[in-house]
Design a protein around this ligand. Sequence first.
Ligand SMILES: [Zn+2]
Length: 134
Amino acid sequence: MTAPDQTESVSHGVEAQYRQALDDGRFLIQQCAGCDRAVFYPRMLCPHCGADKLSWITPDGRGAVYSTTVVRRKPDAGGDYNVALIDLQEGVRLMSRVEGVAPDAVRIGMGVRAQVVQQDGRGLVVFVPNKEAP
Ligand SMILES: [Zn+2]
């Protein structure tokens, strides 16, 4: 069990639920019962139609790189890393990073798949190249 003892920010409601699921190793997004569209980042009201009928779904996890950037860091600070915007199949875009390849080898349009990793005691969504991409 991971103890939720880090209270650096007072998060509540849907964001807290989202983070709790991540800490438990599950990546969830929302889906609106009003218009059937996927919603991310978690919120109370659907940004598409304004309905308050959002429920949690487990996304397929596959997506594609929309944009990619390499953040330069000194080796003793952990080295360079990748920051990418990922379009999920469900139609939502999120900021994350692509691991498993060199930061500058990430390409726009590259097929990727979501993974939840634990970092500093918190769950975090990252992406790895999807080897089974068509
Ligand atoms: Zn909606």
